[in-house]
Design a protein around this ligand. Structure first.
Ligand code: MGD
Ligand code: MGD
Ligand code: SF4
Ligand code: MO
Length: 730
């Protein structure tokens, strides 16, 4: 018999704001594992190999999986402690329906019928697009594919999008424009063989910890390291050159670096002529971006910019890495294109030890953006607005092309449409927008307006608390499937245990719903392997071609890099070898980038730049890591990092309480005075909800091409709170 789920109040009260928990016995259970399951960490896009220890059908610990080539047994703190979420007392164990202020139990059949009845009723009254689907990039490839098919065929709405819209889309859009394909250009094995690593806007040591090891192996061989970040992050402390850029100014900085590279004779003219187009326009544009012209705006002395350019020119092989620090902007796509211009102009791509990658964030951030759960996309990374792509997918699904809805709203646009009453129903799997979208007050208002909302999750996320119906889905270790890591390597997620209580595998819930929507025969999968077979078949001829990949092949090869277009094809670890790009003419495209300032600039009322991001011990909206005691202890609550000079100006000492306010809202936090941040900038990690949510401060401003929010720049004011920290505790 499953234990009854705690009431909403109990869930909140039991752990206070931390929600943390450590099982009695802790690590002692390790010695008695019945079996070990080789799989991957459920958190970031590195997808480290781990072995889960199972005892009495419960996950009780982890051990290294040393043979898995990417991490060779190494794990970060989250990977070591991840097992503690299994058996957590907050685990959702049965469907729950809203009853006044709390939730009551409801049998599965009734719950599933209720979804279909309420969705259909809204659609009959207000049209098919009055219901939206939100999905996630922590889901396996199989689930990502299933969600796109479910939205288009079963629900029949054009509005499906995913949480990768907050994450990977700026890099994805820029890569597609420049290269015709959206994947890391090189495998990580190329990093140790390079001569210079240039890292922009990536807190490597805290957010992609295993990549640190690759960079240090390059350093051991004598490679140089240049880091561009407004914070002197742990990786920046080891750099040969550190450029403390003002948030939101990277495209100007990158244009200036290219300006110097051109003047120093660093352009690979043969490569540019043979393998690219559009360089002349870039030449003309960057001419005006001299280091002297941009130094003030970007906040870095001209001489340091010249130094960075010279190091780039001198290094025979380079590796450029970036992450959300340059992508979470209203010009995220431009910033990435400016990086690519530098790489292409110098011909430093497509060779051993020489290349370029965005560091994908979410566990399946890469695969999650290929299989058709995005508002503009069909499986195989196909374009939903391209008639040939639509015809291909429609034929494979056995429907007429005009049955497939057109392009829908992005995730933030879905929330805006809910707010204005255009979208009235929502089905959400693997997304916690109340914590993760900018302007949390607006998101809360939107959720309160929904006429019907179903969330599928394994914990009652802050967003799910607004749901009418909560369905208990599966943790990563409770289902089979595949994900595609940051490198582009398709790997196997193995089931360690069954979902507990009445919880069900996500894929089964989605297929059961599809059947009730009258699409049973199109969702008649016996399991995830059959879903994979369909998605790989359908991807044939698409950009993200998985057609030569099977689960067996993944097992045999310890992962397969896509594209892999035929059964006897080994996969493609390194893209663009020989200067062949994925556009029809084989050429890469330059894009001239003009610098634009951030959407919100500082002024007298809000004179300080706020940037937001992560700490090593917490993950995303924190629903998982805020429940893991040892991780909570490492960094229990959000703090605001500020420089001693700014602190002195504000009269604030380390450990004192401050109010941080923007035009959207305010937050009361403890000040952490550190010399590792620009004096004009403050930093707050965003992993917490409610009164601790950094997204109370951020703004709803988006990149015009990719729709990614500007999480990395907002204008704020800081006021010291008169009550001391000690007093606040009483
Ligand atoms: N511990 C931990 N690891 C994670 C995650 C997590 O939540 N916790 N999440 C995963 C996911 S989904 C993602 S997307 C990745 C994110 O990985 P990262 O992008 O590395 O992490 P962030 O903290 O968002 O931001 C990175 C850096 O950008 C800097 N930055 C801010 N503004 C600017 C700017 O204007 N220009 C430049 N050049 N730099 C700037 C910040 O100071 C910060 O050091 O991490 C993944 N790994
Ligand atoms: N201010 C600010 N905001 C940010 C960012 C920032 O840097 N600054 N970063 C942004 C980025 S890069 C990202 S990726 C987003 C992430 O934002 P979200 O995607 O909202 O964060 P998650 O914590 O991954 O939320 C996913 C939810 O799905 C559940 N879940 C996870 N895996 C599964 C699964 O396999 N099955 C089921 N059924 N449920 C699952 C989790 O319990 C959680 O409730 O946040 C963004 N928000
Ligand atoms: S680096 Fe990422 S995948 Fe590896 S253990 Fe840490 S969170 Fe998990
Ligand atoms: Mo992300």
């Amino acid at each position: 018999m499953a234990k009854p789920t705690a009431s909403l109040e109990e869930l909140v009260d039991r752990h206070g704001p931390h929600l943390s928990y450590e099982p009695p016995g802790g690590f002692a259970a390790r010695a008695h594992a019945d079996r070990k399951v080789k799989t991957h960490c459920c958190f970031c896009g590195q997808q480290c190999g781990v072995q889960l220890l199972v005892q009495n059908e419960r996950v009780v610990g982890v051990e290294p999986w040393e043979e898995f080539p990417f991490n060779g047994g190494k794990l970060c703190p989250k990977g070591v402690k991840r097992y503690l979420q299994n058996n957590h007392p907050d685990r959702l164990l049965q469907p729950m329906v809203r009853t006044g202020n709390g939730f009551g139990r409801i049998p599965w059949d009734e719950a599933l019928d209720l979804v279909v009845e309420r969705v259909r009723r809204l659609q009959e009254r207000h049209g098919p697009d009055s219901v939206a689907i939100l999905s996630g990039a922590s889901l396996t490839n199989e689930k990502a594919y299933l969600m796109g098919k479910f939205a288009r065929l079963a629900v029949g709405t054009r509005h499906i999008d995913y949480n990768g819209r907050l994450c990977m889309v700026a890099a994805g859009a820029a890569n597609l424009k420049a290269f015709g394909i959206d994947r890391a250009a090189n495998p990580w094995a190329d990093i140790p063989a390079t001569d210079l690593v240039l890292v922009l806007g990536s807190n490597v040591s805290e957010c992609s910890p295993i990549t640190t090891d690759y960079i240090w192996r390059a350093r051991d061989r004598g490679a140089k390291l240049v880091v561009v970040d407004p914070r002197l992050t742990p990786i920046a402390r080891t750099a040969d050159l550190y450029l403390p850029v003002r948030p939101g100014r990277d495209s100007a900085l990158l244009n200036a670096i290219l300006n110097v590279v051109i003047r120093r004779g660093g352009v690979d003219h043969a490569f540019v002529a043979a393998h690219t187009s559009g360089f002349d326009e870039v030449l003309r544009t960057v001419e005006r971006y001299t280091p002297e012209a941009v130094a003030r705006e970007v906040g870095i002395p001209a001489a340091r910019i010249v130094e960075a350019a010279e190091m780039w020119v001198q290094a025979p092989r380079t590796f450029l890495l970036h992450a959300r620090g340059i992508e979470h902007h209203t010009k995220g796509v431009d910033n990435v294109l400016a990086c690519i211009n530098l790489v292409l102009a110098t011909g430093k791509i497509g060779k051993p030890g020489c290349g370029y990658a965005t560091i994908t964030g979410q566990g399946n951030g890469q695969g999650g953006r290929e299989h058709g759960q995005r508002c503009n996309q069909l499986p195989g990374a196909r374009d939903i607005e391209n008639p040939a792509h639509r015809a291909h997918v429609a034929a494979m699904w056995g429907v007429e092309p005009d049955v497939l809805p057109g392009k829908g709203y992005t995730a933030p646009q879905i929330v805006e449409a809910i707010h204005r009453g255009e979208i009235r129903g929502l089905v959400s799997l693997c997304f916690n927008p109340l914590v993760s979208l900018p302007d949390a007050t607006f998101t809360r208002e939107a959720l309160e307006r929904l006429e019907f909302f179903t969330a599928i999750d394994f914990f009652l996320s802050e967003t799910a608390r607004h749901a009418d119906l909560v369905l208990p889905g599966s943790l990563q270790e409770e289902d089979e499937g595949t994900v595609t890591s940051a490198e582009g390597r398709v790997i196997r997620i193995r089931k360690a245990v069954e979902p507990p209580g009445e919880a069900r595998a996500d894929w089964r819930i989605v297929c059961d719903l599809a059947r009730r929507f009258g699409q049973g025969e199109r969702f008649a999968f016996a399991g995830p392997e059959e879903i994979f077979a369909e998605l790989s078949r359908l991807s044939a001829g698409g950009v993200a071609d998985y057609s030569g990949i099977t689960w067996d092949k993944i097992e045999r090869q310890m992962g397969v890099f896509w594209p892999c277009p035929a059964p006897d094809h080994p996969g493609t670890p390194r893209l663009f070898e020989g200067g062949r790009f994925a556009h029809a003419d084989g050429r890469a495209r330059f894009h001239a980038v003009e610098y634009r300032p951030p959407a919100e600039t500082t002024d007298d009322a809000y004179p300080i730049i706020l940037t937001t991001g992560r700490v090593v011990s917490q993950f995303l909206s924190g629903t998982q890591t805020r429940r893991i005691g040892p991780l909570v202890e490492q960094y229990p609550e959000p703090r605001v990092e500020l420089h001693p000079k700014l602190a002195a100006k504000l009269g604030v000492a380390d450990g004192e309480r401050v109010r941080v306010s923007s035009r959207r809202g305010a937050l009361e936090l403890t000040a952490q005075v550190v010399a590792t941040i620009r004096p004009d900038t403050v930093f707050i990690p965003y992993h917490w909800p409610g009164a601790w949510s950094a997204n109370l401060l951020t703004l709803r401003a988006y990149d015009p091409v990719a729709g990614i929010p500007e999480f990395k720049v907002a204008a704020v004011r800081i006021d010291k709170l008169e009550i001391s920290h000690a007093a606040a505790l009483h």
